[in-house]
Design a binder for this molecule. Sequence first.
Ligand SMILES: *[C@@H]1O[C@H](CO)[C@@H](O)[C@H](O)[C@H]1NC(C)=O
Ligand SMILES: *[C@@H]1O[C@H](CO)[C@@H](O)[C@H](O)[C@H]1NC(C)=O
Ligand SMILES: *[C@@H]1O[C@H](CO)[C@@H](O)[C@H](O)[C@H]1NC(C)=O
Ligand SMILES: *[C@@H]1O[C@H](CO)[C@@H](O)[C@H](O)[C@H]1NC(C)=O
Ligand SMILES: *[C@@H]1O[C@H](CO)[C@@H](O)[C@H](O)[C@H]1NC(C)=O
Ligand SMILES: *[C@@H]1O[C@H](CO)[C@@H](O)[C@H](O)[C@H]1NC(C)=O
Length: 257
Amino acid sequence: MISGVSLRMMFFLFLFVTISLDVAVSQDDCLVSSSCSHQGSLIRFPFRLKGQPDRCGYPGFELSCTERNETILELPHSAKVLVKNISYESHEMMVQDPEKCLPRQLQNLSLSASPFNFKLSNQWEALYDFTFFNCSSKKREMSYVDPIPCLSLPDYPVYAVMSTASIRDVDLSSCQKMYNISAVPYPVSELSKGFSLNWSSEICRNCEESMKCRLKSNSKEPETECIGEPATGAGKKVVTAGPIIGFFLLLVAVSVL
Ligand SMILES: *[C@@H]1O[C@H](CO)[C@@H](O)[C@H](O)[C@H]1NC(C)=O
Ligand SMILES: *[C@@H]1O[C@H](CO)[C@@H](O)[C@H](O)[C@H]1NC(C)=O
Ligand SMILES: *[C@@H]1O[C@H](CO)[C@@H](O)[C@H](O)[C@H]1NC(C)=O
Ligand SMILES: *[C@@H]1O[C@H](CO)[C@@H](O)[C@H](O)[C@H]1NC(C)=O
Ligand SMILES: *[C@@H]1O[C@H](CO)[C@@H](O)[C@H](O)[C@H]1NC(C)=O
Ligand SMILES: *[C@@H]1O[C@H](CO)[C@@H](O)[C@H](O)[C@H]1NC(C)=O
């Protein structure tokens, strides 16, 4: 006969197997490391690749692959940047405009509506508001301001003038106002070479590595939770052995009860 003690033990074993099975199954398709190419950035939480289930990534962290196997991030509102590399440790990534002309996208770019911020390279850098001007002549050199090469035509240089600049500093008599942009590093044209974005470490604040962090499944607001060691080979074994052992234990438990 099976004693009460071993029955209880079996029940707990059954519970344990069922729970670990649950974790292994729900995590497996998110933990599969993904990328757009061999050299491409490893994509894992809080990022997910388009095509992976929503719960694999934090809202706003969806990446996709281009036809040329490059990693792309879409930012509000319909701005697109190539992701050159991601540092999960420092919560930042290097991005670049696909056409190496970020100023063209700045009018559409609204980082404040995204989980990302400009990561400044030193404490003296800051974010500024700019007004873009399309000027009809290069004759009068503007002091302090260089034209943005990728937006300028030979006879129509385009300038990004700091909104705080005094009217006396810049001659805008032959220029047409294009639009304003806010909170961008200086100088604007340098952004075309690539720049860094960071995201808040608060997303996985309680976890040592983002690998051990995931989206909580049963909450309306996006919330994260920490999980144990990522499922490796052992996790996969649980997946296969789990249903068989679990079912067997259930049979034993039911027949004894
Ligand atoms: C993109 O990746 C696929 C599969 O890995 C490969 O067949 C294809 O040649 C790659 N394309 C380019 C442009 O590298
Ligand atoms: C990311 O790429 C930039 C330039 O391509 C490089 O300077 C930087 O060291 C890289 N960072 C990481 C974490 O690989
Ligand atoms: C800005 O976004 C709109 C769609 O919202 C798009 O039609 C337009 O081409 C974008 N402009 C630039 C410069 O990317
Ligand atoms: C991103 O980096 C800037 C410094 O460049 C820092 O002030 C800001 O707090 C960082 N943002 C997040 C969300 O970590
Ligand atoms: C600047 O104005 C000229 C003349 O109106 C126009 O042809 C050109 O496309 C404008 N440049 C930009 C970047 O809008
Ligand atoms: C840009 O901002 C300035 C104030 O900094 C304002 O006077 C101007 O009307 C704005 N222009 C556009 C096109 O929004």
